[in-house]
Design a binder for this molecule. Structure first.
Ligand SMILES: [Zn+2]
Length: 319
């Protein structure tokens, strides 16, 4: 097993502390390719870190990366936190990665996705003082999210996830064989952890796993982030003006292995109120209650796991 690797640069001029991660999911390698390209640019003086600090993690999960699969022994991007007694491989990753994240202010976490579609970025909540995900850096995330080279910005992940967990807890009350993922913190991945320790963060979904454009999307986003934060001497990127802001608001679980989608959904396909999304194994129709988008549809989900999410337009990035 390869040792965990991070490459760190500190400039003499103070500035923001950025960390860029790739391959949190081992089969999502666009970030790894892009980070190595940036490191090569720096090594050959095509790029110079002139302020602040930046840490690059080309491969956050080396076991999953080596196996070319999403997870090593479990999903690193769920219930992420240090643990005193590491059991699974990802526990060891967490014990190394979490303190590393905590030493930075900004995280750019580079991912890719399974089905065809355009790149998008996931951001944290608006500023709030609630218990689930209190936050004070929304304006910073909003300003940089507009400059990452994508048009679609999605929020609402942790709140939607926690509401889904509450529903599952109610559904399994008194059940001796309760599923394991009933912890509201199960939705905590790299970006949620970063916000918990006082930072701000982005999950950039750069395209389909094998799309040759995905590493370019990731590379441009790293460059734009460095320029926006003034860590390199380059003109700040121009914010996008054609933003499509979406708010995740519901997760629907697969209840039975026989639950079926009504068609082959792609992420961000539009749904209208009343549209048939799928059918439960007993014939009960599953319809959308509202106009919006279907997100992360997973036809191969197992019973009790997330089947699909719903998102609706959000006025947050209206300019
Ligand atoms: Zn991923």
């Amino acid at each position: 097993m390869r040792a965990f690797e991070s490459i760190h640069f500190t400039a003499t001029t103070p500035g923001p502390r950025l960390i860029v991660t790739g391959a949190v999911h081992g089969n999502e390698t666009c970030g790894t390719v892009a980070i190595r390209r940036v490191l090569d640019d720096i090594a050959h003086d095509r790029l110079a870190i002139c302020a602040g600090e930046v840490t690059f993690v080309p491969v956050a999960n080396p076991l999953a990366y080596e196996r070319r699969q999403r997870e090593g022994e479990r999903n690193l991007n769920r219930k992420l936190s240090p643990t005193p007694q590491p059991r699974e491989f990802e526990d060891h990753v967490a014990n190394w990665l979490c303190p590393l994240l905590a030493r930075h202010e900004v995280l750019l976490d580079l991912h890719s996705f399974h089905t065809p579609g355009e790149p998008f970025v996931m951001v944290g909540p608006e500023d709030n003082a609630d218990t689930l995900e209190p936050f004070t850096h929304a304006a910073r995330e909003e300003a940089l999210a507009r400059c990452l080279g994508v048009r679609r910005i999605v929020d609402g992940w942790l709140g939607t996830y926690a509401a889904g967990v509450q529903r599952r807890i109610a559904a399994h009350a008194g059940d001796a064989n309760r599923p394991l993922d009933l912890d509201p913190d199960y939705g905590v991945g790299t970006t949620e952890y970063m916000r918990r320790v006082g930072g701000w963060a982005f999950t950039l979904e750069c395209g389909q796993h094998d799309d040759p454009r995905a590493p370019e999307v990731a590379y441009r986003a790293i460059f734009s982030t460095l320029a926006h934060l003034r860590l390199i001497d380059a003109p700040p990127p121009r914010p996008a003006t054609d933003i499509e802001a979406l708010h995740l608001f519901e997760v629907v679980d697969k209840a039975h292995a026989g639950d079926r989608f009504s068609r082959e959904w792609a992420s961000f396909d539009a749904v209208r109120a009343g549209d048939l999304i799928g059918t439960r194994h007993d014939g009960t129709p599953v319809r959308s209650h509202t106009d919006g988008r279907i997100v992360f549809p997973n036809p191969t989900a197992t019973a009790g796991q997330e089947w699909f999410y719903l998102a609706r337009p959000h006025g947050r990035f209206a300019s």
